[in-house]
Design a protein around this ligand. Sequence first.
Ligand code: ARG
Length: 392
Amino acid sequence: MGKGKVVLAFSGGLDTSICVPLLKEHYGFDEVVTVAVDVGQPATDIEEATRKGELIGDTHYTIDIRERFVEEQLFPSIKANGSYEGYPMGTALARPLIAEEIVAIARKEGANAVAHGCTGKGNDQLRFDFIFRKAGLEIVAPMREMNLTREWEMEYAAEHGIPVPVVKEKPYSIDENCWSRSIEGGRLEDPAFHPPGDIYAWTVSPAEAPDTPEEITIGFAGGVPVSLNGAELSGYELIRTLNEIAGRNGVGRNDMIEDRILGLKAREIYEHPAATVLLAAHADLERLVLTRQELHFKKIVDDKWSELGYMGLVDEPLFWALSAFIDKTQERVTGFVDVILYKGSVTVAGRRSDEALYSDDLVSFESTTIDQNDAVGFSAYYGFQARLYHKK
Ligand code: ARG
């Protein structure tokens, strides 16, 4: 009598593919259920994962959560100006939902164990494990537990009739969803090594982008994007379209040294064209409609929200409390932002909103609505204590 069923988070790559026989031979499970979750990675990747899962898993599921990912993770992240150490989070936002889908399948299939292909060095193991542990499931992570080399994995795959992707000289680890594409590993692990052009798939290099600037208009309602150039689009469609527009203008690349949760520094490269534009436009619109007090305090809240999001602690009570604060502020973040994309740069050219706290009448050099003499009394007390101090 074996250990019953295990549900495996499955991408179709080499690591998660060899997990299938390993879970049986090495861990003693009787049945492996493979689950591929679609968060907007390339359609070919999802098709490949489905084909492979059906071939080598005992039962396979492919689950499309693209719209849910946008509504439940990306929209809140836009409201929170979600970024970690200066880049828009992507992988971090997808992991909790993927884990939740795995948990739901485990319940449905009556499995007490779940498995993932994460290593023991990255963030994803922690993001998955947090959700799995909360659900009270046994966690199996062969890559983390067995210290396997790539060569061993290839041989093992061949012995078990697992189709191995043709290995071109591109040994990178890539993670994609509709918000961002991350590239790491291989020669990129040398932080001094300049990234070759062929690692990028969503963006052209700024030097190769068109010589004419491209102007777009983004409409926001309640802090989230709802239209592009006047056309109302679903969140997912809007992000897809904007990835293309911004990507062809060389917008949205990051090459950075990142501090992982464990403390390891890692060299990470990202592409996130739509995210770059939407975060810039959103933050600009906030400046038009929120008060100075709201803006300054929200910066602190946004940073903490992002840190917890990066760590995958999305069921931490503080995360919920910060989200409630952010949602409250976003009720008025409605309006339009014109953005110019040009050779890798994103420039806001104009913004307008019925909720604007801006009055050209009050601020204008030409207007007399405000009696400037009122400022004289205000000024008399300005810096009062500091002036006393300097007199001493
Ligand atoms: N460093 C990023 C994060 O922790 C991306 C990791 C994605 N994984 C990958 N295999 N490229 O969110």
